[in-house]
Design a protein. Structure first.
Ligand code: OSB
Ligand code: MG
Length: 385
């Protein structure tokens, strides 16, 4: 063994894993075309690797309305398949955990929760911010907001005004058939120059092409996921008939999907969500391939707690993230977040990337414990909690 190998850390061992379900209530209900949510059931993954504690969040929803995963399917897959197959294993770096999960098809969000916790631990072991370990270069990330469907256009306009006053650089409106043209029109009329986009969460079909084309009137930055949650081909048919750039969200679960969509011209922009693409390793690869092809990407959100939010901040520092993301302040979602400081947005609509090792935010274990409704442990359970 040469001295260099001894001096640099060559392997980390996954000593323990704790899986928790926590319950958190959003400040107000969030409505998308697939339904409304206020009471979040969030899974947190805590790993200990060579003594360093890393945190990850599973971003699955409570129901399979956005993608096929749910809080409960992720609990099952992590408890019965992922944790038993990775506990006690040693690996050179976080991406290597993917090779231990190849027998598990799909369940990207479950995998992401575990992989990302390991990334946090690795960054701490190396004494670097997670953003730097990932290769991030952006020091202040640009933020937008995603606004849920509202009762009427007037109340939406009021909400947009409020968010613009806080500094957000891009406003995204959730839409669905019957709550689209009139709502977008009211906002565009009031704010002719803002970066504005819409997200349909798969509420339309190709039969709606004429109506979707009408949205070209508003010079939107993009229309996100208008068609089926798992479609790539029909989006290429739609993109050829509308001027507004299509952005794919739900349909893109790995880099191959992204490359297929780019090749078919199904979209001109891609939304990257850590959970949907199975974690930092795949997110980084997708970002890189999109960047090579001149396709802008941005960081999507899943109504995360501070832990998922902190991972989103780190990912958003990668050079391909050239559009404002749905990464906004903790206080828009929670009365009390589980990290300290909470994620804060400057009056310019930016987030300063933390410079401390790992996620760079302190996890309030006392709050996490209070919110925990169930817990599973593998390896030695720490005496502390
Ligand atoms: O499609 O981007 C989406 C929330 C839940 C599920 C899907 C989506 C969203 C959002 C909110 O738009 C993003 C956020 O503020 O976290
Ligand atoms: Mg979306």
């Amino acid at each position: 063994m040469n001295s260099k190998t001894v001096a640099s850390r060559s392997f980390m061992k996954i000593e323990s894993i704790a899986l928790r379900e926590i319950h958190m209530q959003l400040i107000s209900p969030f409505e998308a075309s697939f339904g409304a949510v206020q009471n979040r059931r969030i899974l947190l993954v805590e790993v200990v690797a060579d003594g360093a504690i890393g945190w990850g969040e599973v971003t699955a929803g409570e129901t399979p309305a956005y993608n096929p995963e749910t809080t409960d399917t992720a609990w099952h897959v992590i408890s019965d398949f992922i944790a038993p197959s990775v506990i006690g294993k040693s690996l050179a770096e976080s991406p290597n955990i993917r090779a231990m999960m190849t027998q598990i098809r799909g369940h990207e969000m479950a995998k992401s929760g575990v992989e990302n916790a390991l990334w946090d631990a690795e960054a701490q072991l190396k004494g670097v911010p997670l953003s730097k370990l990932l290769g991030g270069t952006i020091e202040e990330i640009a933020c937008g907001v995603s606004l849920g469907i509202r009762e009427n256009p007037q109340s939406l306009v009021k909400k947009v005004e409020e968010e613009l006053r806080s500094g957000y650089q891009r406003i995204k409106l959730k839409i669905k058939p019957g709550k689209d043209y009139e709502f977008v029109s009211a906002v565009r009329k009031e704010f002719p120059n803002i970066l504005l986009s819409v997200d349909a969460n798969s509420a339309y079909s190709l039969d709606d092409t004429a109506n979707l084309k009408k949205l070209d009137d508003f010079e939107l930055l993009m229309i996100e996921q208008p068609l089926s949650w798992d479609d790539i081909y029909e989006h290429s048919k739609l993109q050829a008939q509308i001027q507004t750039a299509i952005c794919l969200d739900e349909s893109i679960r790995n880099t191959t999907h992204a490359l297929t969509a780019i090749k078919l011209e199904s979209c001109r922009i891609i939304n990257i969500k850590l959970g949907r693409v199975s974690g930092h390793t795949e997110a980084r690869r997708m970002q890189e391939e999109c960047r090579k092809r001149g396709v802008p990407v941005w960081c999507g959100g899943m109504l995360e707690s501070g832990i998922g939010r902190a991972h989103n901040v780190a990912m958003s520092t990668l050079p391909g993230f050239t559009l404002p993301g749905d990464v906004s302040a903790s206080q828009r979602y929670w009365n009390e977040d589980i990290i300290e400081p909470p994620v804060e947005v400057t009056p310019k609509g930016t987030i300063h990337v933390p410079k401390e090792p790992g996620l760079g935010y302190f996890v309030r274990r006392d709050r996490v414990d209070k919110l925990t409704v169930r817990r599973n442990d593998w390896g030695a359970r720490r005496a502390a909690s």
